[in-house]
Design a protein around this ligand. Structure first.
Ligand code: AMP
Ligand code: ZN
Length: 473
């Protein structure tokens, strides 16, 4: 089966056809490192990691690029409000770079605790200022940018496609018109490419540019860095749904204006993690982080399991009750893995089992190939795990396969040892006598032997087909 994915650009599910069969290119908007990523942000990164892993599962090599925003992001996604980094530095009495380093390091600690693969390239905005300046100069040369009262703006009137991703026309996208009107803009939807007349007198991070000393607007970093690392056309671009109407419209406008052709083939957007009171967001005090969850007794894998139980295009509602359910389910799954590891023989499957395994793997893969249907993939896992007709070896091989894509840390679960029963010659003899007694329907004798076994700390459960299960008491 091919991979199918829902493309925001066409509002439909499409067969994935990469530009280059050898390597898929994927760009994901990364964190703004002025505060801890909350678990809503991490839901988006978990799915981006899953997209890359699913493509790898299909056999593609994936070049995954993610930026780190350490300059230029104002408290609104447009050009309004305060500089997020500067505000955090003032509040925490640290330098902007200390703030950036601390939150970036914590972000990658959290993603590694969630077993997310580090993107192939992680690029910081502050290390790509020259690329951004060159990009803006090019836009200016091509007539898409104008200088007005110290700042360089993108002229959205010159880009008729503006609004194509969100399906809105330009007049509806009046960024900057909500709380502050920037009179330097020719059109309300225009946005800043480069600031020199900073609203922030104590702006620390500034660089020389052809327009004077200043710093970049937020959107330009993604266009400049993705083109640098992935070339002029990209297969997949991801982000949360909040990025569709502003940030991604602006990225498209800048990139396609400069390049002169379509830029991204598939736009994939993740729905929100909400709380009972609405979207979890940093600006409204969304402070639940992976560390908070750990303090409450939920391991990162429990949160990851929770996110996989909903589809990435549906909003998920976070609550401790929902997480309790995920915790129970995840711990149960690990119990099963421990049991299969203890009961598996040598891992060698006969021909029938091997073909059964291949079809189970294919069914699981197909759920992921069909627009990453993780809830169906999770129920498939449970149907396999609970199937008493399948051997421990088969189930274990299947679980190791799913773990190579979902990375739920099942590989490191240890075989259950404490319940292993050592069958001494005495126990063996009693079990043999019990078998004979039951075959002769001598129930009194069978009960007598069962009591002797109980005294040795062993329970006996009769299963269908005259099989028995021994339980260590
Ligand atoms: P930021 O660090 O604010 O730029 O956000 C990082 C990523 O998280 C972006 O892709 C956002 O779209 C995404 N995001 C923000 N809030 C949420 C949320 N509540 N649920 C899921 N993703 C989110
Ligand atoms: Zn971006």
């Amino acid at each position: 089966m091919s991979v199918y994915l829902y493309n925001t650009k066409t509002r439909s599910k499409e067969e994935f056809k990469p530009l280059n069969e050898k390597e898929v290119t994927m760009y994901c908007c990364g964190p703004t490192v002025y505060s801890y990523a909350h678990i809503g942000n991490l839901r988006t990164y978990i799915f981006e990691d899953l997209i890359a892993n699913t493509l790898r599962l299909h056999g593609y090599k994936v070049k995954h690029v993610m930026n780190v925003t350490d300059v230029g992001h104002l408290t609104s996604d447009g050009d309004e409000g305060e500089d997020k980094m500067l505000k955090a530095a003032e509040q925490e009495k640290k330098s902007v770079m200390e703030i950036a380093k601390h939150y970036e390091d914590t972000f990658f600690r959290h993603t590694s605790e969630l077993k997310l693969k580090r993107p192939t390239i992680v690029c910081r905005a502050t290390e790509h200022i020259k690329d951004m300046i060159d990009f803006v100069k090019d836009l200016e040369d091509k007539g898409f940018a104008y200088f007005s009262n110290g700042n360089v703006y993108f002229d959205t009137a010159k880009f008729p496609k503006y609004g194509c991703l969100s399906g809105q026309n330009r007049d509806d996208l009046k960024h900057g018109a909500r709380t502050e009107q920037d009179d330097n803009k020719r059109n309300p939807s225009d946005f800043v490419l480069w600031f020199t007349s900073s609203k922030f007198e104590n702006q620390i991070l500034q660089w020389d540019s052809p327009w004077g000393r200043g710093y970049p607007g937020w959107h330009i970093e993604c266009s400049a860095m993705s083109t640098k690392y992935l070339g002029e056309r990209i297969d997949i671009h991801c982000g949360g749904i909040d990025h569709i109407p502003v940030h991604h419209e602006n990225e498209i406008a800048q990139s396609e204006a400069k390049l002169g052709h379509e830029w991204v083939n598939y736009w994939l957007h993740m729905e929100f993690l909400n709380t009972k009171n609405g979207k979890m967001s940093k600006s409204t005090g969304g402070k639940t982080t992976i560390d908070t969850l750990k303090e409450l007794g939920y391991e990162p894998m429990v949160y990851k399991y929770f996110t996989l139980t909903s589809h990435y295009r549906s909003a998920a509602v976070f609550s401790e009750e929902a997480l309790d359910g995920a915790k129970k389910a995840y711990e149960n799954l690990c119990e099963y893995v421990a049991e299969f590891k203890a009961n598996a023989s040598n891992g060698v499957l006969d021909e029938n089992q091997a073909s059964d395994l291949e079809s189970l793997k294919a069914q699981f893969n197909d759920y992921l190939f069909d627009d990453f249907k993780t809830p169906l993939a999770i129920s498939h896992i449970w149907s396999v795990v609970k199937d008493n007709k399948k051997s421990a070896d088969l189930k274990l091989a299947y679980l190791m396969h799913i773990d190579s894509v979902l990375n739920l840390n099942l590989k490191s679960v240890e075989a259950k040892t404490e319940d292993k029963i050592e069958i001494t010659p005495e126990i063996e003899e009693l079990l043999e006598q019990r078998k004979i007694a039951r075959a002769e329907k001598n129930w009194a004798k069978s009960d007598e032997i069962r009591d002797k076994l109980l005294k040795l700390g062993i329970g006996v459960k009769d299963l269908p087909n005259k099989e028995i299960e021994l339980i260590k008491l």
